[in-house]
Design a protein around this ligand. Structure first.
Ligand code: MG
Length: 251
């Protein structure tokens, strides 16, 4: 069942989302070659706590860190550690925050120094796919039209959407219904109603869409080793159209 949120609840999700945004904005300027993914995680954790939030991923189903940091062929759920960023890498940061019992969730893929043309295009198309998804987060629309818009945009630009992991509803839980695939056919799934809050998160690969979980039990990587990018915003469906609560695309 898709739980609809009151204006008060959306305000609480907005407050948690603000901390997510502030943290990602800081990290965007902080990234540089030589930094370890563990240092990124420590800074993220400190920023979240400083702003009064709790890092929602820490301990979630046993995840060992405050943030997911995924590099190059890693799609999502990368565990931060001693690995250093190199010039030419692309790095995906996924951050969730709980504040006063409500959650915000967002992700961004960033370049480390100068990156290849292909990597730039992958990032730009994944960002564009999130825009396309958000545009469909309107009251009265069917959920799969959002999925479909993302898939169509990605595929017409020559990339693939990951099937195995999906976006989700969000609110007083980090993951709520509905599941939001980044692929589908038109006019399926529940009707989106005002008060629905969604974490829309296209995960895009340069090559084949198939992924696998690494030996660490968490890190999701592309099977063919191709690059992957991930953008995510927490978005409320309102009577006045989609309201983006995390604002990753404004960075
Ligand atoms: Mg998410």
């Amino acid at each position: 069942m898709v739980l609809l949120k009151s204006a008060e609840e959306i305000e609480l999700i907005r407050a948690a989302s603000k901390i997510v945004f502030g943290t990602v904005r800081d990290l965007t300027n902080y990234l540089r070659p030589g930094l370890t993914t563990g240092q990124i995680n420590e800074r993220a954790n400190a920023l979240i706590v400083e702003q009064g939030g709790r890092p929602a991923f820490l301990g979630y189903q046993g995840f060992p860190a405050a943030t997911c940091v995924s590099i190059n062929n890693e799609v999502v759920h990368g565990i931060p550690g001693p690995r250093q960023l190199k010039k030419g890498d692309i790095v995906s940061l996924d951050i969730g925050v709980e504040l006063n019992g409500y959650f915000g969730d967002a992700a961004v893929t960033l370049p480390v120094g100068k990156i290849s043309k292909e990597a730039e295009e992958l990032i730009s198309v994944t960002r564009g796919a999130l825009v396309k998804g958000i545009e469909q987060a309107t009251s009265g629309n069917r959920l799969s039209n959002l999925s479909c818009a993302i898939q169509q945009f990605v595929e017409e630009n020559g990339f693939s959407v990951v099937r195995q992991f999906v976006g989700h509803g969000i609110g007083s839980k980090l993951h709520e219904e509905p599941a939001i695939p980044n692929f589908g056919i038109m006019n399926q799934g529940p009707e989106l109603l005002s008060g629905t809050v969604l974490a829309i998160e296209p995960m895009v690969t340069q090559g084949d869409y198939r992924v696998k979980v690494d030996q660490d039990g968490w890190t999701v990587v592309t099977r063919d080793g191709s690059l992957s990018a991930h953008f995510e915003d927490t978005v409320a469906v309102t009577d006045n159209g989609p309201e983006v609560l995390t604002g990753i695309l404004t960075l």
